[in-house]
Design a protein around this ligand. Structure first.
Ligand code: ADP
Ligand code: MG
Length: 430
């Protein structure tokens, strides 16, 4: 089989795209000469129908299993990725979540083959691919900029890579239709990109990647350019597509809500390390570091240490001598710098001594209301403890429990279940 590995895209490239093979438009049949044509990583894919990883002669079907082992990446003397190990199950939706600059894109590019780790190995489908180029890896990348050909219809955009590879016409037609069907764009197959909304263009980019039948799809902030409403809609749609096609998706985002909506597993990254990986629920209910506790949702954290046990619980004592019970399973560490925490929605707030017996939870602390805000679905109180810590308490606006709005300056009692209390490690971030 003769394969032409020079699919093309048009200038300018998006922020994460790298040209590495320029093509003279005048010698490329069927392409308008006004376009400057270069290849983008996302389009250099394994040949159709051959979903294999070539690894020194060894061949295996692409399952989309991804493993990074002890991977570090240095630029000069700056450590961008710091001894990172991760396992991604075949067929899962895996999100790399973290603030800008924490190393998400670099990690994705090492999986895709656009960067080589300084230390460590990358495995796809059980094979070491650390030194294989992108086109020898059964993964595809979807970038934030869609890089669609403006002069080609939606169907032609999707079919383009296959046409250049010489796939037969019937096969191209079938797979294009299939890919457009999977992103619900079959009815727009003959439109040009300019006549599509941003969300529809994003779906064309997705179809174009899916049509190559990669074992895994890598998505780098694919919804970053869209407004919030559209982003929310596409989050659900992309998740649906992933479940239908059943391949591994690795999704990079800095948006916690996006990660929680879409991913089976979220890896929270900070400064080139994965702080914690797990389901949204695990990370929210059992954060192991202060960074995770604050990056997914809000947390009230007070510096503390573990000073003893009480039955099945540990006792956390805050810097100002308050003692709280914490289930031992929710204590992420017992030594080093620690904080005891509780989520704002788990706390009951009431005027001093006004809590009913059954409302009075075992963990209690006094405080003073500093300020409050009415947020529609909830009331949010900011309070200050005698030890000087500022805490947040949210009260559902369901008119059942807390009907009185507590004025600023009110002396209050906060109370919550030991089961909702956790102890986390504090890094340099709190
Ligand atoms: N080619 C490079 N040379 C030097 N530093 C780089 C290079 N690429 C990325 N970095 C640095 O690595 C860090 C992580 O970058 P990146 O992986 O793009 O983060 P993220 O995608 O999480 O925003 C950043 O501080 C960035 O400036
Ligand atoms: Mg990035």
């Amino acid at each position: 089989m003769s394969i032409n590995r020079t699919p093309v895209s048009y200038w300018p490239l998006g922020q994460n795209e790298r040209p590495w093979r320029a093509i003279d438009a005048r010698t490329t049949p069927g392409i308008g000469v006004r376009l400057k044509l270069v290849s983008t990583p996302e389009q250099l894919t394994p040949e159709p129908g051959l979903r294999t990883v070539e690894d020194g002669g060894a061949r295996a079907a692409a399952t989309g299993e991804i493993r990074l082992e002890g991977v570090s990446k240095f630029y000069g003397d700056v450590t961008v990725i710091d001894d990172l190990t991760l396992d991604i199950e075949p067929g899962s939706f895996y999100a790399l979540l973290g603030p800008s600059g924490c190393g998400k894109t670099t990690t994705l590019r090492m999986i895709g083959g656009f960067e080589v780790p300084s230390v460590g190995t990358v495995h796809l489908d059980g094979h070491d691919v650390t030194n294989l180029p992108p086109n020898k890896r059964a993964v595809n990348t979807v970038f934030q900029s869609y890089a669609l050909f403006p002069h080609l219809t939606v169907a032609k955009n999707v079919a383009f890579g296959m046409e250049r590879k010489g796939v037969n016409k019937a096969e191209i037609k079938r797979r294009t239709a299939e890919a457009l069907e999977s992103v619900q764009l079959a009815h727009l197959a003959e439109r040009r990109p300019a006549a599509l909304s941003g969300g529809q263009q994003q779906r064309v980019a997705l179809a174009r990647a899916l049509v190559n039948r990669p074992g895994a799809l890598l998505l780098d902030e694919p919804l970053g350019a869209l407004d919030l409403r559209l982003r929310r809609q596409l989050q659900v749609e992309i998740k649906k597509v992933q479940q239908e096609v059943g391949i591994t998706f690795v999704h990079v985002t800095h948006d916690q809500e996006e990660a929680m909506t879409m991913a089976d597993v979220i890896a929270v990254m900070n400064r080139g390390k994965i702080e914690q990986a797990g389901s949204a629920r695990e990370l929210y209910d059992y954060p192991s570091t202060a960074f995770v506790a604050n990056f997914l949702g809000q947390s009230n954290l007070v510096k503390a240490s573990i000073t003893g046990t009480d039955g099945d619980s540990s006792v956390a004592e805050t810097h100002d001598g308050q003692k709280f019970k914490v289930p031992t399973g929710r204590v992420a560490a017992t030594t080093g710098e620690l904080a005891v925490g509780v989520r704002p929605e788990k706390v009951w707030i009431s005027e001093l001594d006004a809590l009913d017996r059954e409302e009075r939870r075992c963990n209690r602390i006094r405080a003073t209301v500093i300020t409050s805000a009415f947020l529609g679905v909830s009331l949010e109180y900011h309070v200050k403890t005698p030890g000087g810590d500022e805490l947040i308490v949210t009260v559902q606006n369901n008119a059942r429990d807390q009907v009185d709005w507590l004025a600023d300056g009110t002396e209050v009692e906060l109370s919550w279940e030991p089961d909702h209390t956790f102890v986390v490690k504090v890094g340099a971030d709190v």
